[in-house]
Design a protein around this ligand. Sequence first.
Ligand code: DLZ
Length: 161
Amino acid sequence: MSGKGAPELTVKNCGDLRVAVIAAQWHVQVMDGLVDGALRALAELGIDEPTVLRVPGSFELPVVAKVLAGRGYDAIVALGVIIRGGTPHFEYVSQGVTAGLTQVTVDTGVPIGFGVLTCDTEEQALDRAGLPGSNEDKGHEAVTAAVATATILRSVSEPWR
Ligand code: DLZ
């Protein structure tokens, strides 16, 4: 999957949205970049006081997302980095997180920005982490997508005039 073709999203009137960022702790340098990118995006959107929670690893993201989705958040952003090793563990954790977050967002109707990198190498992850020299900024992208989706949902949940 390539980052080419990503849209330039414009998101307006979202400063009042309640947003939570959940971030795993494996691969510290990459995670620091993802979290910084997410917080930068929130500040640009005028969302000044997001909830930020750190969980042990990416596998813990779905359960926390599910609980937060039931507590009134308008959008959730899940950040993690999973790097392939020499065992099938990579596949199990990657599939578990992806399926878990998908289930939570579809079942609850709360948009979840998917900022979980699944990479063969740490170099690939660093290139997507929004750090100086990175080509992509996936934490920033995940926030923009989640908040954009929350504004779309809010626009259609208002009564017809
Ligand atoms: C165990 C594990 C491994 C091997 N690799 C990663 C990883 O690359 N990225 C990540 O976020 N978490 C990893 N974990 C931890 C699991 O996500 C989880 O925290 C543990 O299995 C405990 O439930």
